[in-house]
Every structure is written in structure tokens, then in C-alpha cells.
Design a protein around this ligand. Sequence first.
Ligand code: FAD
Ligand code: FES
Length: 327
Amino acid sequence: MITPSDPALRGLARLAERYHRWIIRRSGDVRAKPVNRDLRLRVAKVRREAEDVVSLRLTNGSPLPAWRPGAHLDLHLSSGLRRQYSLCGDPADRFSYRIAVRRIGAGSAEVHSLAEGDEVIVRGPRNAFPYAPANRSLFIAGGIGITPILPMVRAATGNWRLIYCGRSRESLPFLDEIARLDPARVRIRTDDVDGVPDVTDLLGGFDGSVYLCGPAPMLDGIRRTHQGPLHFERFAPPPVVDGRPFEVELSRSGDVLPVPADASALSVIQARLPGVSYSCRQGFCGTCRVRVLGGEVEHRGGATFGHTEDSMLICVSRGCGRIRLDL
Ligand SMILES: Cc1cc2nc3c(=O)[nH]c(=O)nc-3n(C[C@H](O)[C@H](O)[C@H](O)COP(=O)(O)OP(=O)(O)OC[C@H]3O[C@@H](n4cnc5c(N)ncnc54)[C@H](O)[C@@H]3O)c2cc1C
Ligand code: FES
């Protein structure tokens, strides 16, 4: 969510926010608000779902906060890292949550090291990707992007189809569960057999609601091409759009770091301070909030946590000229 200084863009951002709230209301998800309390859960089951992907079933023996398709949890890992993982189980199961994690870097490797009986702290569920049933829906999932899509497909009504893409069948989690869906509505395509997916082929002229979660090139292609309503979630940070270069001064060392127009302050600071906190890198979780000691900030993101005068979300917000941060 953008909160730019230009009044016209501010109007657009307000419209986008209203549309987002409308979608949440239409999805009937009155409980889609974030649950800002920590839950201590136990890993009840670990299952290998595909190459480099495990699923974890989390429980504490009591009824857990309700969720709707598209919701995710924040995992607070014992190393201090925080990462988001989409709920991919059954929303009707009030006693356990299921997540599935592809091993990529330090956070996901730590999740892969969890064993049955281990404890994890989670926060949520929060829903930034709500599903509103429509007459005609096309679900497109790329690899681990199936996690938010799977519960949507199970809840889908009307005329829906699923296209599930990946490198190879071995890399695709939950093929056993997908095999139980109506085969006439499901298409599985893998790069090793069908080649790299072509956006026009994926959409096939469809102009109804598309729900999409997959790698950045697929997402960017479909955003450019699709003519109808598009709902998507990113697992990785979006590119910086309309950025201007600025400088960040780290107050504790006095270091001044230039932030190029196409980079985030977080990515630049990370290179100097690898331990700096972050999680979603999209401006909605609040983990990267830092106190601003001087300079002018152009706030972006922060739909859930709001802005304060003297702090900024360094994953998305930018500075004008030089800003001094409490780091
Ligand atoms: C709302 C939301 C829901 C998410 N749900 C899931 C989920 O259900 N399952 C899951 O495995 N991950 C999910 N993620 C991604 C997850 O939170 C972490 O970003 C991911 O596990 C990488 O963290 P890391 O510490 O292992 O690697 P890092 O060192 O933090 O990241 C390494 C690099 O991997 C990139 N990256 C992140 N995710 C992917 C990906 N899937 N494919 C390729 N590159 C990626 C990052 O941009 C970064 O450049 C979700 C992210 C968000 C924001
Ligand atoms: S990392 Fe989530 S708001 Fe910045």
C-alpha cells in the first residue's frame, strides 16, 4: 500500500485501500484482521511434500484463531528471524494449522530443521490475499505459490480452473491432494515436459478473476497481460517503482550509505548490517520499523501497522535527501 506525497497518487492509494477492504467484506472474512498476539504452538507433524519442501502441522491442543483462504502466519524463529508462511490446510480444522516451506535461505532452512515436538511462536493469521468467490475464476500457482491457492481452490464455487506450474513434478508439493480435485478443471504443467510457461497460453484469453501466486516473472507477465480482475500475492519483495536515490546515515557508526533509485533502504543497510530485522519486505508486517532521527521520509506501505512521525519501514519507505536512522 502506497502513501505518496502527490495528492493524485494519494487518491489512487485510498481507492486501492477501499477496494482491498471491499474484497475482504465480500469474502465474508470478518476475522481477516491481524491477530496481534503470539501463539506458542508445537510441531505435531512434519512431512516431505516435494524436493526441498516440507509441511508442518502446528497445534497447541486448543481451538486456534479462525482463518480464511489466502491467510498467512508470521513465524518467529528461535534465531530471531521472522518469516511469513501461508496457511495451506483446512480452515474448518480449528485445532491445527498447516504450512509448507520451500528451503531457500536461512529462515526456511531453520523451519526445515524443526522436528516433531519442537515449539514455535507464531503471530496471526493475517490475510493480505483474500478470496471472494466469483462466477468464473482462474487460479494460477507457481511451485510453492500453491500454498495460499490450495485452500482457495477447495472453497471455489462457480466455474473455476487451476493451472499449477513448476520445474518438474518432483518439485511440486501437494500433487496427491490436487489429484483428488476435479481433473477436468486442473492443468499441471512442468518446464521439463511443457517448456517455460507462456503468459498468453496460461491465460488463454480468460478475462474473469485471476488469483495468482508464483515467481516474479510469471506475476509480472500476467499483470501486464490480463484484462480482468487480478488478485496476487508475492513471496519475495516487489521491485522498487518510482524511487529516487537518497542517503541513509547510520547514527551508531556515522556511516552514510547511498540508496539507488531501484533499491530499498533495507537491501542497502543489510549489506552493511546483516542482522537488521526484516520479514515480509513488502511494508505490511512492521518488523523492519526503525526510528528516524532526522530528515524527511516518504512513507510507503504500513497498511496494517500505520505510520508514526518518527519511524519508517525501511523495506519500502524512502528518504528525501539524507535521513538519519537509529541503527
Ligand atoms: C505473505 C507471504 C506468504 C508466504 N508464504 C510462503 C509459503 O507458504 N511457503 C514458503 O516457502 N514461503 C513463503 N513465503 C516466503 C517466506 O516468508 C520467506 O521469504 C522464504 O522462506 C525465504 O526466506 P529465507 O530466510 O529462507 O531466505 P532469505 O534469505 O530471506 O531470502 C532469500 C531470497 O529468496 C527470495 N525468495 C523468497 N521466497 C522465494 C520463493 N518462494 N522462491 C524464490 N525466491 C524466494 C527472497 O526474495 C530473497 O531474495 C511467504 C512470504 C510472504 C510475504
Ligand atoms: S519487513 Fe515487513 S514491513 Fe518491512
